[in-house]
Design a protein. Structure first.
Length: 295
């Protein structure tokens, strides 16, 4: 593992831990290698579910929905476990089953027992323009471990996002790895959904997730889950989540901001947008997905 310092044009840095061809955020435990090996051997618990996303694609949103569905109660989890690769093995082992696990790992690093036991997997993807905007805000607000809050401008961050692999490498590599994994493992229960579809029809997506999990599908319960997981309700409830607010520089919950589709239009200049459209076109080969940039 090497610590990589990725510098933007203004001299502001983003740190990553580079291992096995992938840049990880510095809060992945230890030298990454040992933690990934220990995670690879994590013991499965009956009914475990795992959400995997590229960062800023709606991980916390989906976690809350799945947690409610798994537990049959539309109650927020105010003490959620963190991303798999940021938690100690003891903490993960001590969580009561069935667990709602969340991760940004590539398929090759997902715990083997979860794959072998065919645990339900949900992969959420979000259009990369909104991901870039969300990530800049998050990186600027976060203050945990070696992630001390990125100090660079939007312009400089976007330049890095487009030209350099940052945490979990590029959006294209990450999304493609999961699509390929699903294609080559047709027997595994992997549901792929988009953030944009969840915004457009949350109730319908909650229903699909419940079907995928084999969870209770009583219409009133699913209505309640969808209603509690609307951005306004969920971000209000989670604004008093001390575990998460303690991770931000300003005491707000850094995992909630605007929760919209198409906010990138307020951030990307015409020139940035045209340039990124070309990058997207060049990199979409083999990514057989409909990516919606507006609703
Ligand atoms: P924005 O920064 O665009 O608002 P993650 O959980 O993967 O870190 O993703 C964070 C993004 O999901 C943030 O996007 C956050 O506001 C958004 N989000 C969180 N809860 C949401 C909800 N209930 N509905 C829609 N978006 C939500």
């Amino acid at each position: 593992m090497e610590i990589r310092r990725i510098e933007d044009r203004g001299g502001k840095e983003i740190l990553t831990k580079y291992y096995d061809g992938i840049h990880f955020p510095p809060i992945v435990i230890g030298n990454v290698k040992d933690h990934l090996e220990a995670l690879r051997n994590l013991k499965h618990k009956n009914g475990d579910v795992i959400i995997d996303t590229f960062p800023k694609s709606g991980t916390h949103w989906t976690y809350e929905i799945l947690h409610m569905l798994q537990n049959g109660k539309a109650d927020y989890n105010m003490n959620p476990s963190m991303i798999l690769e940021f938690e100690s093995i003891d903490t993960l082992d001590n969580l009561d089953g069935p667990r709602t696990l969340k991760s940004h790992l590539y398929p090759k690093h997902i715990p083997k027992s979860l794959i072998d036991k065919k645990c339900k997997i949900i992969h959420i993807y979000r259009n990369p323009k909104d991901v870039a905007v969300s990530m800049h805000s998050f990186m600027s607000r976060i203050n945990v471990g070696d992630m001390k809050g990125y100090k660079g401008t939007w312009e400089h961050f976007f330049d890095l996002f487009v030209t350099k692999p940052l945490a979990y490498n590029t959006w294209f590599q990450h999304v493609k790895s999961w699509l390929d994994f699903k294609k080559t493992n047709p027997d595994l229960p992997i549901l792929i959904m988009s953030y944009e579809d969840m915004k457009k029809d949350l109730r319908g997506c909650v229903q699909k997730m419940a079907e995928h999990l084999g969870a209770k599908q009583d219409p009133e319960f699913l209505d309640e889950v969808a209603s509690k997981c609307q951005f306004s309700a969920m971000s209000k409830a989670q604004s008093s989540n001390n575990k998460e607010t303690s991770m931000s520089r300003d005491g707000s919950n850094p995992f909630y901001r605007k929760g919209d589709v198409g906010d990138w239009k307020n951030w990307l200049t015409v020139a940035q947008n045209e340039m990124y459209d070309k990058v997207i076109e060049e990199n979409m080969a083999g990514i057989d997905l409909e990516v919606k940039y507006t609703l």
